[in-house]
Design a protein around this ligand. Structure first.
Ligand code: MF3
Ligand code: CO
Length: 249
């Protein structure tokens, strides 16, 4: 069941999203060779608590941290770790902020120091794929229109779209209906109506899309060991077009 939000509820989610965007901007300043994802995770947890918010991921289905921190071939749900980031790494920081009971979700992939040309292209294509998907998040379209636009663009650039993890509705709960795949056929799936709030969060691999899950039962990584990137926003569907609730600009 898709839960439609009122304007007032979307306003509350926007407050959560604004705080989340601020956290990402702080992270962007912190990321450099030598810092660890454990330090970033602690920073995020403290920052959110200091601002009256809760890191929703911590304790969610037993997930142990405030953030997911996925490095290089890790696709998503990477555990923060004490080992420092190295020059040339890419790292995706994903988090869900709970402010006054309303949630926002956003992931961003950061370059660490100087990255390879291939890694740079992967980041650029993945971010563009997110915005191409967002353009399709308009009243009257269907979820499949978002999915298809993202998949066609990513594959035209020679990369692949992860199948095993998808975007989702969000509100008072992290995962609501509908699912938002980043691959599929246009004109299929639920129709977008005013008041729906969804995440769009393409995970894009430099090689094949197949994943394997680590022994921690959480972390997904590419089976071929190639790089993976992800950009995610929380989007409200409105008559005026897509509202990016986690916008950093
Ligand atoms: N933020 C993730 C998403 O985009 C969910 C993280 S799973 C958790 O859907 F367990 F870490 F919370
Ligand atoms: Co997320």
């Amino acid at each position: 069941m898709i839960i439609i939000k009122t304007e007032q509820e979307i306003e509350k989610m926007k407050k959560a999203g604004e705080l989340l965007a601020k956290v990402h901007k702080e992270i962007a300043k912190m990321i450099k060779p030598g810092i660890s994802t454990h330090e970033i995770d602690q920073f995020v947890e403290n920052y959110l608590l200091d601002h009256g918010a809760i890191p929703e991921q911590k304790g969610y289905q037993g997930y142990p941290y405030a953030t997911c921190a996925s490095i290089n071939d890790e696709i998503c749900h990477g555990f923060p770790r004490k080992e420092p980031l190295k020059d040339g790494d890419i790292v995706t920081i994903d988090m869900v902020v709970n402010l006054d009971g309303w949630l926002a979700d956003s992931a961003w992939t950061y370059p660490v120091g100087n990255i390879s040309d291939e890694a740079r292209k992967l980041l650029d294509v993945t971010k563009k794929a997110l915005y191409i998907g967002i353009e399709k998040a308009v009243v009257g379209n269907r979820i499949g229109d978002i999915s298809h636009a993202i998949q066609s663009y990513v594959e035209s650039e020679g990369f692949s779209v992860v199948r095993d993890f998808v975007g989702h509705g969000i509100g008072r709960k992290m995962h609501e209906d509908p699912q938002v795949p980043h691959f599929g056929k246009p004109g299929r799936g639920p129709r977008l109506v005013e008041g729906m709030v969804i995440t769009i969060e393409p995970m894009v691999n430099a090689g094949g899309y197949t994943c394997t899950i680590d022994d921690n039962n959480w972390t997904a990584r590419t089976i071929d060991g190639k790089l993976s990137a992800q950009y995610e926003h929380t989007i409200a569907i409105s008559k005026e077009g897509p509202l990016i609730l986690t916008d950093q600009d």
